[in-house]
Design a protein around this ligand. Structure first.
Ligand SMILES: Cc1cc2nc3c(=O)[nH]c(=O)nc-3n(C[C@H](O)[C@H](O)[C@H](O)COP(=O)(O)OP(=O)(O)OC[C@H]3O[C@@H](n4cnc5c(N)ncnc54)[C@H](O)[C@@H]3O)c2cc1C
Length: 379
């Protein structure tokens, strides 16, 4: 039976970041990925903001589909405003990005096994179905990076289940034969289009984009696909649909995401931003933090995994979760007022930073009847 210091389950951004960080320190690392090719199938709009990732990873030009200079926000009445934010981030080519990140981990010494689906855990052994055979691998430390449907967490006794108010259900298509400005994302806040969530157009080029939406199942019984099909027919009647994906984004904070000999990272640890649904950056951050701290544990040294995750990731997630919960409780009139405030806030300005706390403060000061809500956000 093969034996590794660290086994990482899942070769998404979180798993590969954990593996490459740990492998750099000279410990033996195995990554197990259930699919034959890393990065495929993809469930993502591929947007990444520069500020969220800058101390963790240098983004190479070959990983990028387009550079972004801001967003166009469409409100409940159909009116739009533009946020000018030069070099705010990128729409990645995640199929290339995920595959190359795993290759970097391998170049640092990690072993990558594809077609290797983890199907259970027995003490310090993983049971793996690989090329139709069952194999067992022993580990000293385990990193669960197996995405939103994570089973590693459950096997280790962690309640990773997602209630109806703890998930955003998403549908997204990759469209060609459209015409868009490739340097601006579209964010659309209309309750009849995406109840309890928002819709997006993330450009991949002048003629193609990831177009999708996320809905809250507590706001509607209809499927996300139904909303998306109807919208795409109106918005892009000439488009060619090349790919369809359906997935979810967690909006839950786990009570526990680590144990004596394991850490959960990325979507498996529920480190996705509950407001935007963004999980690439927090996946990478939590992976790097996990890789570093797993090595400390293996060396019998004191580690800071929980503290670093709290500081770097959970502090913001806790605040954004409250904002999301508040957003779910707002009526149409408040949404229109908030949109108008946003328009005033961003008009004729080029910005270099978006501070959610500052925005929420502006909203509360301008709409005093939302004060009780504001107090809930602060405390
Ligand atoms: C529609 C949609 C749009 C999104 N858009 C964005 C966006 O624009 N920007 C953004 O930042 N985030 C976005 N997200 C979220 C983002 O995709 C995830 O947060 C991110 O991929 C999480 O990375 P991860 O490494 O934790 O998990 P994943 O990328 O899901 O990787 C998990 C890996 O584990 C493997 N795996 C799972 N189970 C096993 C097993 N038992 N054995 C072996 N391998 C296993 C999987 O095959 C997969 O490769 C979006 C999500 C959705 C659904």
């Amino acid at each position: 039976m093969d034996y590794f210091d660290i086994i990482v389950v899942g070769a998404g951004p979180a798993g590969s970041s954990a593996a490459l960080t740990a492998a750099k320190e000279g410990v033996s690392v195995l990554i197990l990925e259930e699919h034959p090719q890393v990065g495929i199938p993809l469930q993502c709009a591929e947007g990444l903001s520069r500020s969220t990732i800058k101390e963790y990873l240098d983004i190479k030009p070959e990983w990028v589909s387009v550079n972004l200079n801001g967003s166009i926000v469409r409100g409940p009445t159909g009116e739009e405003f533009r946020i000018e934010y030069p070099n705010v981030g990128w729409v990645l080519n995640r199929k290339v990005f995920d595959a190359e990140l795993a290759e970097v981990a391998v170049s640092k010494g990690a072993v990558l096994e594809v077609n290797a689906r983890v199907i259970g855990i027995e003490d310090d052994r993983l049971i793996v179905r690989r090329n139709k055979k069952i194999e067992k691998y022993r580990f000293r430390f385990l990193i669960g990076a197996d995405g939103i449907a994570s089973r590693v967490g459950r096997w280790l006794g962690i309640d990773t289940g997602l209630g109806l108010n703890e998930i955003e259900v998403c549908a997204e298509y990759f469209l060609e034969n459209i015409k868009i400005n490739p340097h601006y994302t579209y964010l659309i806040f209309q309750q009849n289009l995406a109840p309890g969530g928002y819709a997006w157009i993330f450009p991949k080029s002048e003629n193609s984009a990831n177009v999708g939406l996320g809905i809250s199942p507590i706001k509607t019984k209809n499927r996300a696909k139904r909303y998306l099909d109807a919208w795409i027919e109106r918005e892009f009647p000439e488009c060619i649909i090349k790919e369809k994906i359906f997935g979810g984004v967690p909006a839950k904070i786990l009570k526990r995401f680590s144990g004596k000999n394991f850490f959960l990272v990325g979507d498996a640890g529920r480190f996705t931003d509950p407001l935007s649904g963004a999980g690439i950056a927090n996946g990478i951050k939590s992976g790097v933090i996990a890789g570093r701290n797993a090595v400390l544990r293996l060396k019998g040294k004191r580690d800071f995994f929980e503290r670093e995750i709290e500081e770097e990731i959970l502090k913001e997630i806790r605040f954004h979760k409250k904002v999301r919960d508040a957003y779910l409780g707002l009526g149409e009139r408040d949404c229109i007022k908030i949109f108008n405030l946003g328009k005033k806030f961003f008009a004729n300005k080029t910005i270099t930073d978006i501070n959610t706390r500052e925005l929420v403060r502006e909203v509360i000061l301008s709409l005093p009847h939302l004060l009780p809500l504001g107090l809930r956000l602060i405390f």
